[in-house]
Ligand binder design. Sequence first.
Ligand code: GYE
Length: 325
Amino acid sequence: MKTPMIAGTALVLGALFATTSVIAKDLPKLEVKDRYKVGFAQMESNNPWRIAESKSFEDTAESCGWDLISTDAAGSAAKQVADVDSMIAQGIDVLFLPPREEKPLIPAVKKAFAAGIPTFLVDRSVDPKNAVAGKDFVAFLGSDFIQQGGIAGQWLVDNFKGDKAVIIELEGTTGSSPANDRKKGFDDVIAKHDNMTIVASQSGDFARDTGRQVMETLLQAHPDVNVVYAHNDEMAIGAIQALEIAGRKPGKDVMIVSVDGTRDALQAIIDGKMGVTVESSPFFGPLACDVMKRYAAGETIEPWVQVKDRVFTSANAKDHIAEAY
Ligand code: GYE
């Protein structure tokens, strides 16, 4: 009785494998040529980080042989999907996409794949349950956001002087990969310390003005706050403004911990208003060029092309402010 059953199983398995290999499509190839029609579908331009990133793509275009088509989705995931559609219709060879949120941009990634366009996600990623690097798109180029949050948290643990840390967390755009992961990295470190509590955690949408408004509201509910962790520098600057309006002294009675490394943040560190900003570089143009050329040459690209980040504090902020954005 045993043998036929095993044979039966083997048959079924064989049929399964045959089906999957027919369904699974390889990543689209990219020819080696002098000029490429390249799409860069930016999500918004309301902060210096985004502007620096878009400029990095523009500055790279000529030397990399890109005829660059750039769009600006003005903070709307729906518009970003439509922008990618229009780029596909215009016949781009390659797509560089920073997906504003993890889920809503999945259809855009799948459409580009179906149209045979190699797609590289830059600076943010999509939900890995729905789209996978090396399969649905070529690769994700970007930072380790969990690590960034962890570094910010550990810096706080090492530098906080008071008895009890009362922390307000300003989250990035809801549903975006850096907001999810910077929260996880930071919160996991703080959870190990009994004298540290996150009393409120709310989205400020990665924007300065929203960050300021959210901070104003949270400050009323938690006047005893003595730490702010912002998922990016723009919200940290907004929080500093809110604290100052309320007569608090950022950097003295409220410690500010953040991520990015913008010029304003480095200046705030120099001015003693901010403690640390963990770098998240926006200068993706040259890396995008390099990875695209390697891909065209037939190399298998690592699913995550990881960007290594530095840490800026009062020890080195003045050495880096000249090159900041
Ligand atoms: O930190 C933030 C921007 O996705 C890594 O998005 C990027 C983040 C960056 O709006 O300032």
